[in-house]
Write a protein that binds this ligand. Sequence first.
Ligand SMILES: [Zn+2]
Length: 194
Amino acid sequence: MNCELCGNDPAQQVLLQSASSRVLWWNHRKINATLCGICAERVFYEQQSRNLIQGWWGPLSALATIWFTGANFLRINEHRRSITEVGTETGFVARPHVKISGNRMAMVISGLALLVIFSIGSSILSAPTPVSEANPDSFISSCWEDMGSDDLKQVACDSDSADYETYQVVDDSSLCMDTYIKAGVQFACLRAKY
Ligand SMILES: [Zn+2]
C-alpha cells in the first residue's frame, strides 16, 4: 500500500483527529488515511497542534481535545511500531518521530487551559453546601465571611476567608453567647473562626 498523500511506501492506515472551538459549536477534523511515516508524522503534528491551541475554548471542544489528544498519541505509536522506515531516493532510512512538545505555543496554551480547568474544578469541589432558610438545621456548622457592614457571605469552612462558624441553631437569639444570624424562623449562633 502506498501513502495517499505522497505515494511513498511503506504506508499504513491511521486515524488522527482534532477539535477546534467556535463560539457556539466546535469543528471536528478527521483524517483517516493510509500514510507513510513522514506524512503520518506531519499530520499527527498538525492535528495535535490544532487540538492543543484551538481545542480548549469551549466545554465540548475541551472534552473532545482531551479525548483526541490521547487517542492520537496511541494511534501514532501504533503506526510507528508498524512503519519503522521511510523510503528516500537513496534507500530506506529510520522513520523520524516528531515531538509535540516542540510546539511552544501549544504547550503554553494547553498549560494555561489545564490550569483554568483545574481551578474551576477545585472551586466547584470546595463550594460550601448552601444553607436553606426552610431548613434551619442546614445552618449548623456553616462558615461565613465578614463582607463588612453586617453583610455575611457563606464560604467553605476550610477556606481562609471564613471569619465565623455557627455552633448551634436555637429558637431564642438570647441563647447565643455573642452574635447570630437568622436561620429561617430560628437563629444560628456564630463564633469567630481562627
Ligand atoms: Zn506520505
